[in-house]
Design a protein around this ligand. Sequence first.
Ligand code: ZN
Length: 670
Amino acid sequence: MATREDIRERLEELREKVRYHNRRYYVEDSPEISDAEYDALYRELESLEAKNPDLITPDSPTQRVGAEPLEEFEEVRHAIPMLSLSNARKTEDLYEWDARIRRLLGEEEASRLRYVTELKIDGLAVSLRYENGVYTLGATRGNGIVGEDVTANLRTVRSIPARLSEDELKAPEVLEARGEVYIPLEDFEELNRRQEAEGKRPFANPRNAAAGSIRQLDPKIAASRPLTIFLYGVGESSLEFESHSESLDTLSKYGLRVNPYEVHDDIESVVEECRRWAKKRESVGFQVDGVVVKVDSLEQQRALGTVQKAPRWAIAYKFEPLAGRTKVKEIFVHVGRTGALTPQAVLEPVNVGGVTISRATLHNEDYIKEKDILVGDTVVVERAGDVIPQVVRPVVEERSGDEYAFEMPKECPVCGEPVFRPEGEAITRCVNARCPAQALEHIIHWASKDAMDIEGLGEKLATKFFDLGLIRDPADIYELEAEQLVPLEGFGEKSAENLIRAIERSKEQPFDRVLYALGIRHVGAVTAQLIAERFSGEDLLKGMEVEKLAEIEGIGEVVAKAVVEYFELEDNRALVERLMKLGLNFGSVEQKPAEGPLAGKRIVITGTLSQPRSEIAELIERAGGTVTSSVSRNTDYVLAGEEAGSKLERASSLGVPVLDEAAFEELLSG
Ligand SMILES: [Zn+2]
């Protein structure tokens, strides 16, 4: 029998391992173990914690999404303002800037001048505060003076450690690291595919997607987005540094993901670096819009000071936007899996920043009208996110009079059935459930990684099976037999059997995956999980009231309606019933139960207490409660220490019970 001490030790050991491999994978980009080995470690940790919920610590790598949705963000005043940068549009601006700095520093100091360059990431600027090595506060830049408290959302970002690594250095009392949260381009494309598969609007570019994700009140949404971070500076800190580069090296040592930088002895070398990146900007895999140049010495930085919110010691060299001009030859309409009709511009091929663009999405009817884009127009195209082409505007002066307006077809270009545009929505849809465009897209979505994850059944193969008439809907997948596949081109006995095995394996996916795979409008992976925790497939088939579904926290009326409507349609019911017979999981999934004297209670901590906040938070979470950052009607208690401010006022105005430390301890002891 393992004693509690053994379990505690094993848990700590597992956490250390998971943290270490997280860092190797998400921060250093050099994993040491396979995904499967990592999953095994993570699962062991998760299941051991599930069996011993009182031993879960808030800094455990499993606790990324612990917090409840907020009603609003609290404001955070930055201890040291997060400054903005002045821009250099041309290389001449860099030379002028260098000359000014040398003048201000004087000849002797200028002889010691060194610059640091790093890529300017187009994301969302944030600050991360660590107290004694523990992540305690995450904030957006906001206006530079006051930002928003997005602690819970940033905690879900896998490259942000909940605890600093102390392998090389002891954690300082306070360390505020600053950086940019962003979404890598490849992940962004995947995210948009998912958005479209769920019938949601795709994001315009990675920057918007990153910023939008961090500003969600529900941390579960942020957790579902492929966010990562590069740190590039230190704000408030109990450490002392001599140079910017030294501070970055220190952040690295603490296991934070630091934006790679170069040190230069003169401006000539800086200009060269900027030119080099301007050419290679495509190759970095994320959206960049320039190069930031900083004076390395912190003493020199202080001597140079700040003018009008921008430091004299730093400048952002901006790349030219990637834009070009071309003609709209034609506008055609693509039908997606949810039946959304998306107009696409067919362009005369044009080279923009080394990539040939011949198509661009026009999103919807209104977008085309707003931008006043006509078929035949000469247009300016930009590569938003440096990848996805956008038609920015028509060049009206170049119109010949032969241009004409695009009209949304009245019938679906794929199945010929009438289309319609729901009131108040921008998207026109084909609502024919048997529309082949939707059927194929649905099969592709069904087999995808986030849905049923059928290994080997990708877009290409699904299309092939569909064209051959082997599968017309997801249930058909489960009736495929190896003998049908063996004669097909590219298949042998072994590969056919492998695919059938992968299909069989996917039957083990839990109900939330199945629900997500059904592709109900507005039902993403997170929503599907929330529903599956409360209801089974039987419940939904029996008929459900919109109000009852909307009672689930995190499920709005629109979503609830879409689910109810889905299960009302005869075709959909038939599909679900078939899938049930085929042995897929339709039973509700387990929710993690909370236990302890504070089970299910939401507590806000404010003011100065006799113990560090992180320790109190740990006590609350061990007792089954949740720590939230803002006071609302849903708050059960406010724990107030000395000098509690606005939160205390809000608590009394809302009638939320306020506890002092003694009352809190009493509550804890049950
Ligand atoms: Zn159709």
